[in-house]
Design a protein around this ligand. Structure first.
Ligand code: PMP
Length: 408
């Protein structure tokens, strides 16, 4: 029996809505980051990647690549098992210590991705707290929503970064245990949660806090501990979650917190127990990256400078960027088809790769190009980007805002 038509129909539905996704096939060039080779229909071509979450280029950093290479030569390619059954390498234990130290916590726990750390971390935590009400920001990432859903507890969703609404929901939960789930830097709008105020409310109403710092670790705070470190509230947050796959440039996810909480999650989370551990080479590379960014502010400073230049160049060209206090630069298109077309022209004619961001990643009508400058996008590349966007906006007749007199 073939059920192929179900799959074909499902894909067709996406095509009709112009949400069918295609991904550019690229070979990253570690020596010339952020350049890559694109396998275009007409053959290989050099492009510049402007939408990478390797925010600081650490995936190509010599210390990180060397740690991975050396460890792979010594320990082999894989982990050889789950953490429980022979996969608990020295390297992964060292990584967890490094992460606990990064966030000023007693312990850390590593997962195969940030997605898994949220999905299995949140669901396990709330399952271990009887009668827990989960209070979650409406713009939380899918992995957190999945964690809340799998936890199976009562949930309450507060309007994005709305402290008044959060307080109402905390009040409504009464004496029951409560977990507030939120992010520091929101990945698509690039805004930041009012961290200190959320901590105040959590303390006032006796709620536990779970913070996703996926888009902030490595990049904010004097040691790259995230926005909580920068804002001096790290010690007020119960569980801090992060990824090793974005600013740290490798792959994997983690949570950090009190020893007793980490021990319980380690013991009960299916997404931790029943899966092969990260290989030692990955763990060693991640540790090298974290250690480097704890001591070096050079990458963070460089990124901040280039982000400011990109924002100024786009403003000068009258391109409709969403203003953000972070490294994320969303340029609004507001239509799925136009967004895809803009991305296609940028790639095909300007050798610039910016993946279109469409529903359901963002609400319909807010489709955008999400630009993420790194310290390695130099002034020449920025000028090229601004010129190319300007051309695409003219050619596709996309909406603009009034140009500022800012520098280009
Ligand atoms: N949390 C947030 C806010 C994210 O944006 C993402 C991934 N884009 C994740 C978690 C998942 O992290 P990872 O990519 O390491 O699975």
């Amino acid at each position: 029996m073939s059920y192929d038509h179900f799959f074909a129909d499902a894909v067709d539905a996406l095509r009709r809505e112009r949400r069918y996704r295609t991904f550019a096939e690229i070979e990253r060039n570690a020596e010339r980051f952020p350049r890559a080779t694109w396998h275009s229909p007409g053959g290989p071509r050099e492009i510049v990647v402007w939408c990478s979450n390797d925010y600081l280029g650490m995936g190509s950093h010599p210390a990180v690549v060397e740690a991975m290479r050396e460890t792979a030569l010594l320990r082999g390619a894989g982990a050889g098992g789950t953490r429980n059954i022979s996969g608990n390498s020295h390297e992964i234990v060292m990584l967890e210590r490094e992460l606990a130290d990064l966030h000023g916590k007693e312990a850390g726990l590593v997962f195969t991705s940030g997605y898994v750390s949220n999905a299995t971390g949140i669901s396990t935590i709330v399952r271990l707290i009887p009668e827990c009400v989960v209070i979650s920001d409406e713009l939380n990432h899918n992995s957190m929503i999945e964690g809340v859903r799998q936890g199976g507890r009562q949930k309450a969703i507060f309007r994005h970064n709305d402290l008044g609404h959060l307080e109402e929901l905390l009040q409504a939960a009464g004496d029951r245990p409560k977990l507030i789930v939120f992010e520091s830097v929101y990945s698509m709008d690039g805004d930041i949660a009012p961290m200190a105020e959320i901590c105040d409310l959590a303390e006032r109403y006796g709620a536990m806090t779970y913070l996703d710092e996926v888009h902030a670790v490595g990049m904010y705070g004097p040691r790259g501990g995230g926005v909580a470190e920068r804002d001096g509230v790290m010690h007020r947050i119960d569980v801090i979650e992060g990824t090793l796959g974005k600013a740290f440039g490798v792959v994997g996810g983690y949570i950090t917190g009190k020893q007793v909480v980490m021990d319980a999650v380690r013991s009960y989370a299916p997404g931790f127990i029943f899966t092969t551990a990260l290989p030692p080479a990955i763990a060693a590379a991640a540790t090298a990256s974290i250690r480097h960014l704890k001591l070096s502010g050079q990458e963070r400073d460089g990124q901040r400078r280039q982000v400011a230049k990109v924002k100024a160049a786009l403003a000068a060209a009258g391109l409709p960027q969403m203003e953000t206090p972070t490294h994320i630069v969303p340029v609004m298109v507001g239509d799925a088809k136009a967004c895809k077309a803009a991305s296609d022209v940028l790639l095909a004619e300007h050798n610039i790769y910016i993946q279109p961001i469409n529903y359901p990643t963002v609400p319909r009508g807010t489709e955008r190009l999400r630009i993420t400058p790194t310290p390695f996008h130099d002034d020449k590349l920025i000028a090229h980007l601004a010129g190319a966007l300007n051309d695409v906006w003219t050619r596709l007749d996309l909406p603009r805002v009034r140009a500022t007199g800012g520098e280009r």
